[in-house]
Design a protein around this ligand. Structure first.
Ligand SMILES: *Cc1c(COP(=O)(O)O)cnc(C)c1O
Length: 438
């Protein structure tokens, strides 16, 4: 058998074992590779822009662990900060000075973030922010956008994008939860007005990804975020920016400073922990004071503000503070990649649209040139995406050692470890994979 054949056989066997003891053989649906018709990838090492699978094959990686690897995989400074903390204890279950320092530094850089609470996952941050918004407003309904993902809390599992994209509402979500969630079209303020009207004054909060990352990369159109702010101001609903992806990835202060629109509550995660589990919610002081033990809104966690994660978070901020040019470098690298991909697609006649904001990017394979020119503005445009062609492209890239997110509706991430050589390798692979897919 060929090396590639043995390799594929070994991966398939591991997957078979996994699938006997874990649903689908993976611990998060996005890892399944079902959308691209390959067995799930199993990795044993990740460093910089590269990852190694369980059978020794190396890949150039653009998944970036789905966002956390802003500085690349396993940056030495983070590894050493975590090791240093580990020597003093992994978990205290009580307060610690480092978490105070991290909270001070985060609140100082994100506009409107007066106070912050550290949690383990973005899911927890979103669920708590919704509970807080409901408590603060005395209202029950929430507006979210089709294709936006805010973790797997019941209220958000309705047209949720990412691993849930294309799936119907998850069974197990109660009718009450469905009733309280109003879904609007991204980039469509008239549809937001419709949702506000339908909810008849009962909207506690509008949750939005300021740049959508879970239906592929979809930028907000000019005026969209401002329009949400204005509608929240007139109705008394709270505006919640889910910056779990965009926080620190799109700039030192996240999307709120990039777009100049201030939210009432902000969610952070992914890049914040540099690879360790760390997320946060925060915002206006009067709102955050409602959280226990200062106020009545309950949220707690055995692993909250985990010392290893806090150590990693401080190391991430140190790295960002030491490198203010990082974001313009990421932007330039991603721009070269996006232009190269579009040029390669034109040469092969494949209708493709590359959408990107800073280091977030997605290659949308569209059915026609007209659809490619229109691009994807909301989940309604997802029907224009040729999933089969994307799957073929993905397999072609994978066989050439380039790892892209295994779904047509995910965002790829450029990291500080990606430079000109990585762009060139990717474009060479893409020219061949596009020619095959054409
Ligand atoms: C990943 C993600 C979440 C959920 O975070 P987890 O840590 O996976 O629970 C929430 N919101 C957005 C925008 C995300 O991309």
């Amino acid at each position: 058998m060929s090396v590639a054949g043995r390799h594929a056989g070994a991966l398939a066997k591991l997957f078979e074992r996994g699938a006997r003891v874990t649903p689908g053989g993976v611990h998060s649906p996005v890892r399944s590779f079902r959308a691209v018709g390959s067995p799930p990838m199993a990795l044993i090492e990740a460093r910089g822009a590269r990852v190694w699978d369980a059978y020794g094959r190396e890949y150039l990686d653009w998944i970036g662990a789905w966002g956390p690897a802003l500085l690349g995989h396993n940056p030495p400074a983070i590894a050493s900060a975590v090791t240093h903390q580990l020597e003093r204890g992994a978990l205290f279950g009580l307060a610690a000075p480092h978490e105070v320092e991290l909270a001070e530094r985060i609140t100082a850089r994100v506009p409107g973030l007066d106070m912050v609470r550290f949690v383990v996952s973005g899911t927890e941050a979103a669920m708590t922010a919704l509970r807080l918004a409901r408590a603060a407003t005395g209202r029950s309904a929430v507006v979210k956008f089709a294709g936006c993902y805010h973790g797997h809390g019941d209220a958000f599992l309705i047209r949720a994008g990412s691993g849930a994209a294309g799936a119907p509402e998850s069974p197990g979500v109660t009718e009450g939860a469905v009733r309280d969630t109003l879904v609007a079209r991204y980039n469509d303020l008239a549809d937001v007005d419709r949702a506000f009207h339908d909810a008849d004054g009962k909207i506690a909060a509008v949750f939005v990804e300021p740049v959508a990352g879970n239906m592929g990369c979809v930028p907000p159109e000019p005026g969209f975020l401002e329009g949400l702010r204005a509608r929240c101001d007139t109705t008394g609903a709270l505006l919640v920016f889910d910056e779990v992806i965009t926080g620190f990835r799109l700039g030192p202060g996240g999307a709120s400073s990039l777009f100049g629109v201030r939210a009432d509550l902000v969610l952070l995660g992914k890049a914040l922990g540099g690879g360790l589990p760390l997320a946060a919610y925060g915002g206006r002081r009067d709102l955050m004071r409602l959280i226990a033990p200062e106020g009545p809104v309950y949220q707690a966690g055995t692993f909250a503000a985990h010392p290893l994660s806090i150590a990693a978070g401080l190391a991430v901020l140190d790295a960002l503070d030491a490198d203010p040019q990082l974001w313009s470098r990421l932007d330039r690298t991603t721009e070269r990649l996006a232009q190269g991909l579009e040029a390669a697609a034109r040469e092969t006649g494949v209708p493709v649209r590359v959408q990107r904001v800073g280091s977030m990017w997605t290659v949308f394979f569209m059915w026609t040139v007209v659809l490619a020119e229109k691009g994807v503005r909301s989940w309604d445009d997802a029907g224009g995406v040729d999933r089969e062609k994307f799957a073929a492209f993905h397999r072609g890239m994978l066989s050439r050692g380039v790892l892209l997110p295994p779904s047509p509706f995910e965002t790829a991430f450029t990291s500080a470890s990606h430079g000109e050589p990585e762009v060139e390798i990717t474009l060479a692979a893409a020219r061949a994979a596009l020619a095959e897919a054409a």
